[in-house]
Design a protein around this ligand. Structure first.
Ligand SMILES: [Zn+2]
Length: 528
């Protein structure tokens, strides 16, 4: 999933950083990393010379006498394996690392990033950040001298099962090939791909006044997509809508249902070719979690980003229909709507212990019983706006500053079983898996399409219909929420492609949601 502002995805190409003074976690300085099975956390005792320890020592000796100075070091390794139409694609691996220095001094604020982690490289970055902070002194609307950032201490690690499964690259390729081959069940299946993307990302945050926080993340992201074509009709179906992305070890991949999904997904694409178009008109709409993910992301997540509300993003990502005076009183949805910022759910894609400004990450209600409570804004935006927010300051990489991001933004489960939601519908449509999206600059008026839908008539689930779409207005759409699914309908999903800012930042976000039922929605299909 990529939202309208997310269409520009950062270059995820090969960024290999070598520095003779920066020992790699394994082996000789500057050596390439040895093979580590994807998704398996490395054993810290085998790291040899601790890179983080050498940065700790260097930073201590180099940190200048200013009001505030921090370093955020990030070391990220990524591997993508893909099989398209039964052909193994070139493997993509990358190592990307460097550090961001932030300085606040006499009310000014400056930052500078470097991939040169030698003493000289850090010294130069510190000098540049200081120069910017001094040049900005007295010129900001915000007095950064009044902002106190926290001093986090400790360590966080993605969840690891007691006996994490391992697999060689060959074994993983074989699994992908098997599912790819399983997709080719009919000549009308014209394109298909099975893929696995694993990322290991280690982060160290230090401040001159004593913060020392280390976070070790592992992400597992399987993907399977099929396209079927007949005449002028093309239909696509995917495994989990590209949203079954979580944090943890390879057990996530083996337990996701990926193995065995190829044939099922291909059959659903063929079913869509044979299906009639989705009907048009005002009716009940039952959204499954793989579409709720997009609905939450676009029409709750982005409009509640505090930097957007403050106007920072109006030149690129856009503004928001939400204004500061709405917090604490605006009825965003029906009283069934409960939305949380929750970076504490361990398996979810954007869980962490501290954000990139060092704020402790805690679960908070941003919408409670339908009422708007607080924005998605980190410590600096909160100080600027004079309003409470959440630990949402995040950067996509060492070479980007932290911004207000949505992290894990979840709809809390309700009490209605799926079967009861279906029974309550006289005429409606169940929609599954996001396919297309369009929403205005202020994240208000929207039009979304799904891959797959089924009719609901007189309380019963009926046949498949294709090209399902619906439209609405964020400011009022959530008030039509009339049932929230019970906990057994919840799926924990996420995307690595939420985009924002200039220069662009694509970041991982998570959305867990139950199935939800909305009434009187403007639904429309394709043309017959
Ligand atoms: Zn986004």
């Amino acid at each position: 999933m990529r939202c309208p502002a997310c269409c520009i995805v950062l270059d995820q190409g090969q960024v290999l950083v070598h520095s003779a003074l920066y020992p790699m976690p394994h082996g000789e300085p500057g050596a390439l990393l040895p093979y580590l099975p994807p998704g398996v956390p490395e054993n810290p005792s085998k790291r040899g010379v601790s890179v983080f320890d050498s940065i700790r020592t260097l930073f201590k000796s180099l940190a200048p006498a200013v009001d505030f100075c921090s370093i955020r070091l990030q070391d990220e390794r990524s591997e993508q394996i893909a099989v398209r139409q039964n052909v193994l694609q070139p493997l993509s691996t990358s190592v990307d690392r460097g550090a961001m220095i932030t300085i606040m001094h006499r009310g000014g604020y400056g930052y500078a990033a470097t991939s040169d982690l030698s003493a000289q490289g850090l010294k130069e970055a510190i000098a540049r950040a200081r120069q910017w902070a001094e040049a900005a002194t007295g010129r900001f609307v915000t007095d950064y001298g009044k902002i106190q950032l926290p001093r986090p201490q400790g360590r966080y690690q993605s969840p690891v099962s007691s006996a994490p499964p391992t697999a060689t690259r060959r074994q993983l390729i074989d699994i992908l090939m098997e599912q790819s081959q399983a997709c080719a069940i009919d000549p009308r299946i014209v394109d298909w791909q099975a893929a696995l993307w694993t990322v290991a990302s280690r982060q160290l945050y230090l401040t001159a006044d004593g913060a020392d926080a280390e976070q070790d993340f592992h992400f597992v992201m399987p993907d399977l997509r099929v396209t079927a074509n007949e005449g002028a009709d093309t239909q696509s179906r995917s495994f989990g809508g590209g949203g079954l992305y979580q944090q943890g070890d390879l057990g996530l991949f083996f337990n996701s249902g990926f193995q065995g999904a190829g044939k099922k997904v291909a059959q659903e694409a063929l079913d869509l070719l044979a299906a009639p178009n989705c009907p048009s008109g005002k009716m009940d709409l039952l959204l499954m979690p793989s579409q709720m993910m997009l609905q939450i992301h676009e029409s709750i997540g982005h409009p509640l980003e505090l930097d957007r509300i403050l106007g920072d993003e109006r030149n690129y990502a856009g503004t928001s229909f939400v204004t500061l005076d709405m917090f604490g009183q605006y009825q965003y949805g029906s009283d069934l709507l409960n939305v949380t910022f929750d970076p504490t759910r361990p398996e979810q894609l954007a869980s962490y212990r501290w954000d990139d400004d060092g704020t402790l990450a805690e679960k908070e209600f941003v919408i409670k019983n339908g009422r708007l409570e607080r924005p998605l804004g980190g410590a600096i935006s909160q100080a600027r706006a004079g309003i409470k927010g959440v630990a949402a300051a995040r950067a996509c990489s060492w070479n980007r500053p932290a911004l207000d991001r949505m992290s894990n933004l979840n709809v809390e489960p309700g009490t209605t079983p799926l079967v009861d939601m279906i029974k309550s519908v006289e005429r409606g449509v169940l929609m599954d898996t996001n396919m297309s999206w369009s929403i205005d600059d202020s994240r208000n008026k929207f039009q979304f399409g799904c891959e797959y839908a089924r009719l609901i008539e007189n309380g019963e689930l009926k046949g498949v219909v294709k090209n399902p779409n619906y439209r609405g207005i964020s400011a009022t759409f959530w008030r039509s929420l009339k049932a929230v699914g019970s906990p057994d309908t919840v799926e924990v999903l996420g995307t690595p492609f939420c985009g924002k800012a200039e220069p662009s930042q694509a970041i991982r976000v998570g959305h867990a949601s139950p199935a939800c039922l909305f009434e009187n929605v403007d639904v429309f299909g394709g043309q017959d």
